[in-house]
Design a protein around this ligand. Structure first.
Ligand SMILES: NC(=O)c1ccc[n+]([C@@H]2O[C@H](COP(=O)([O-])OP(=O)(O)OC[C@H]3O[C@@H](n4cnc5c(N)ncnc54)[C@H](OP(=O)(O)O)[C@@H]3O)[C@@H](O)[C@H]2O)c1
Length: 181
């Protein structure tokens, strides 16, 4: 049962790169702060590899129901012992998030590449929040393409390019799946 809006949230460098060798190939505190603000008090859903990419002291992500997807029952038990809820499919994770945090206005899918791809394939997301990073970098994990049926939402002043303290240019973009309430 899907009761809440479901969003995907990611940060993306040139050519769609979102990850490399199990981590994110940049350090952008401004994006981490934006992620924290956007997902505050909402459940977050992630693949097992994204969970493992989080520094141990930050997982589960505080003040948010953390649902981690794994196909491995043994691994799922150890994830639960670390404080995550677990699901064996993305659909199950979305349902569980809705049940555990019924008052949240959104459920956020927070990666990684495999989970975003499945969310697109199964058309499970209503919204996409993308931090576009003006950076060429090596990667092995990619963002999905938001093609037909997705429309950009203009948010002023957040749509403009900003320059991070470390000099990296970035901007926040929001897209909605057309035809959804
Ligand atoms: N830039 C960003 O905003 C952002 C955000 C998130 C992650 N990332 C990056 O993305 C990379 C990780 O992404 P990834 O694609 O390699 O891995 P992932 O999507 O985080 O996790 C993949 C794992 O999730 C489980 N899984 C996925 N789909 C499943 C399904 N349908 N049924 C059951 N289990 C399923 C499997 O775990 P088991 O093997 O345990 O079965 C699978 O190995 C890292 O580099 C990370 O830093 C970037």
């Amino acid at each position: 049962m899907k009761t809440q809006l479901v969003g995907m949230i990611w940060a993306e460098a040139a050519e769609g790169v979102i990850g490399h060798e199990g981590g994110m190939p940049w350090h952008l505190p401004e994006d981490l702060a934006y992620f924290k603000k956007m997902t505050a008090d909402c459940p977050v859903i992630m693949g097992r590899k994204t969970w493992e990419s989080l520094p141990e002291q930050f997982r589960p992500l505080p003040k948010r129901t953390n649902v981690v997807i794994s196909s491995d029952a043994g691994r799922a038990a150890s994830l639960r012992s670390e404080g995550a809820l677990t699901a064996s499919s993305l659909k199950e994770a979305v349902d569980l998030a809705g049940q555990k945090a019924p008052k949240a206005h959104m459920t956020w899918i927070m990666g990684g590449g495999r989970i975003y791809a499945e969310a697109m394939e199964k058309d499970l997301a209503d919204l996409a929040s993308i931090t576009r990073i003006d950076l060429q970098t090596a990667g092995d994990t990619y963002a999905p393409q938001l093609g037909e049926g997705w429309a950009g939402v203009v948010k002023v002043p957040e749509q403009g390019w900003k320059t991070a303290e470390n000099g990296t240019r970035y901007r926040f973009e929001t897209y909605r799946r057309e035809g959804r309430p």
